[in-house]
Design a protein. Structure first.
Length: 159
């Protein structure tokens, strides 16, 4: 499996993976799925998009972008998505590690996750194993698809 920068030919697979996470309604804040036009606009607006690819099939992706502007522009943010049939194969870990390397190359000093859902135990364990530190808990910071609210846990790592 190779982690590489996305290209135009990847967009339909990327949108499918992204939309699967959006539809699950338990991790990403977005509520609307991407279509062909919005996927191209969304992914091209990021500082970087990486994909996990093997033999032409995309198994996961990440987006990387500034978390803020100006005096806080040295802090970046990222999101990760792995196709459900391939979860548990350490693809997410490969994406996070590549994202950290890329963020450093782009000159960012800190990678921060604003809204990791507290019940997303697999992601939280991965981040902590890599060295991310939890900043606290924001009570009821994420509205789940079913309408219930879950706590969110911001994380960061110095690059």
């Amino acid at each position: 499996m190779t982690i590489r920068k996305y290209n135009q030919g990847d967009l339909s697979q990327m949108a499918e993976i992204w939309n699967e996470i959006v539809e699950e309604g338990i991790a990403f804040p977005q509520e609307e799925p991407l279509n062909t036009d919005s996927a191209e606009k969304f992914f091209s607006s990021q500082s970087y998009c990486g994909v996990a690819e093997d033999d032409g099939k995309i198994y996961g992706l990440y987006i990387l972008h500034p978390n803020n502007v100006g005096r806080c522009g040295h802090i970046c943010n990222a999101s990760y998505a792995v196709v459900s049939e391939s979860r548990g194969m350490h693809i997410g870990e490969k994406l996070v590690l590549d994202c950290i390397k890329t963020a450093k190359e782009l000159g960012f000093l800190i990678l921060q996750f604003n809204a990791v859902v507290e019940t997303n135990i697999h992601a939280r364990h991965l981040y902590e194993r890599i060295g991310f530190k939890q900043l606290g808990v924001i009570p009821k910071g994420f509205r789940m698809k079913d309408g219930n609210f879950e706590n969110i846990c911001p994380y960061y790592i110095e690059l």
